[in-house]
Design a protein around this ligand. Structure first.
Ligand code: NAG
Ligand code: NAG
Ligand code: NAG
Ligand code: NAG
Length: 382
């Protein structure tokens, strides 16, 4: 009976036996030599016969069964953007990997700092066409990461900037630590690309308020990262502080802020590497505490107070009152409304009064896409 064939003619798979057995190799080598020899003979013959000296060797494809991948020894291996966002790392492994930080301040290669736009969404991105237009023509200055519910499969066409940008995700609930985990997961995935220097968290209901050029310059020229952090003496501020955290956080360090932040690489690394505050917030900031409004603002106020602007770049409308900010619908999007989006001032930029305070706004319902798409060129500049 022939090797590899039994009575049922099933294929025998032998994982431990190398496909490049010495036996096979010798065969191939002999075959190869015979082939080379014949070709040489043919060429010599042809040249003698025709006098053509510029004979081109015919493109013979030679089987190369045992070529090993070259070891990656050059710098490119370390600085190239990962070709895929898929990986099988656990959060623990991912955060460890993402916590690496170069100690030398100058890069020995040309590095154009990118802004990582991190979309935190349950699933679809209904305003994607608006963002597509915002990003258009600025390849190389941004990268995109999308965190959805784990079961959601995004179906963006190959031509979309969102294609293949979904990261391995887990369930995230508002007000819970799982929400901070999702934000840390986005940061960690984005940190794996060494060219990302700035990290913006946005949601599916966010829109950009200015063109990409202004947005990029605003973020990259700022001396501070933008994260809301204020001391609220009331019940939904200091009232949520738990004295069981006292050894790590005292009440005068307790901060509140919205979760929509922009941080630089240094702060992003601090956030994914934190093992001091994380367990305290997880244990002592229970549901009614809304940990996602306190953990990052408080931690960064303690660890990097001089690096944060204490305000967010994302505008929301609280003027309608109630526990949630206003959600804008199709009929809110008028020319007057669009004009007002650039009319929000009263802030500092690099410690000087600024005319632009917010680069993003929320919350916009899916129905706003059409009117926004129509009015954005005139009123938002993209
Ligand atoms: C971007 O917007 C700013 C301010 O609105 C404007 O001055 C600038 O010309 C725009 N840039 C581009 C490339 O459209
Ligand atoms: C809180 O901690 C900071 C830093 O350790 C300290 O300067 C401050 O006095 C403390 N405040 C209170 C109220 O304990
Ligand atoms: C932000 O707040 C911290 C104290 O919480 C302060 O030290 C820092 O200077 C503030 N940043 C700016 C830009 O004002
Ligand atoms: C930003 O920080 C740099 C370095 O610390 C400093 O030289 C520069 O003056 C600051 N810019 C502004 C506008 O404050």
């Amino acid at each position: 009976m022939e090797e590899g064939k039994d009575q049922n003619a099933t294929v025998v798979v032998r994982p431990n036996q190398s496909r490049c057995s010495p036996h096979k190799l010798t065969h191939l080598l002999i075959l190869f030599l015979v082939l080379c020899f014949s070709i040489s003979l043919f060429i010599i013959y042809a040249v003698r016969k025709t006098g053509v000296t510029t004979a081109i060797a015919p493109p013979v494809s030679i089987p190369q069964p045992c070529v090993e991948e070259q070891p990656k020894t050059d710098l490119d291996h370390w600085i190239k953007s990962p070709s895929t966002l898929l990986h099988t790392m656990s959060d623990e492994q991912l955060f460890w990997r993402a916590s690496f930080m170069p100690q030398l301040k100058s890069y020995p290669f040309t590095r154009v700092p990118k802004i990582a736009f991190m979309f935190l969404t349950k699933g679809p991105l209904p305003l994607a066409p608006l963002w597509e237009r915002f990003f258009k023509g600025h390849q190389g200055l941004y990268s995109i990461y999308v965190h959805t519910l784990p079961a959601y499969e995004a179906k963006f066409p190959r031509t979309s900037v969102f294609h293949g940008r979904q990261i391995p995700s887990q369930i995230a609930e508002w007000g819970r630590m799982s929400m901070c985990d999702a934000e840390r997961r986005l940061l960690a995935n984005a940190l794996l690309d060494i060219s990302n220097e700035y990290f913006v968290l946005v949601s599916e209901s966010c829109i950009p308020l200015y063109n990409f050029t202004l947005t990029y310059n605003y973020i990259t020229n700022s001396n501070y990262s933008f994260i809301g952090a204020f001391d609220d003496p009331g019940p939904v501020g200091r009232g949520r502080y738990n004295y069981k955290m006292l050894s790590e956080v005292n009440i005068s360090q307790w901060r509140k802020g919205s979760q929509w932040f922009e941080v630089n690489r240094k702060l992003a690394t601090i956030i994914v590497s934190d093992v001091t505050y994380y367990p305290k917030f997880k244990e002592f900031c229970r549901p009614a505490c809304y940990v996602d409004e306190h953990y990052f603002p408080t931690m960064l106020t303690i660890l990097a107070p001089d690096l944060i602007a204490n305000r967010s770049l994302t505008w929301v409308d609280w003027s309608r009152g109630g526990p949630h900010p206003a959600t804008f619908g199709k009929f809110d999007i008028t020319e007057d409304f669009m004009k007002k989006l650039h009319d929000i001032h009263n802030c500092d930029y690099n410690r000087k009064p600024a005319s632009v305070c917010y680069l993003f706004a929320r919350k916009f319902s899916p129905g706003t896409l059409q009117p926004l798409f129509l009015l954005a060129p005139k009123y938002l500049g993209y």
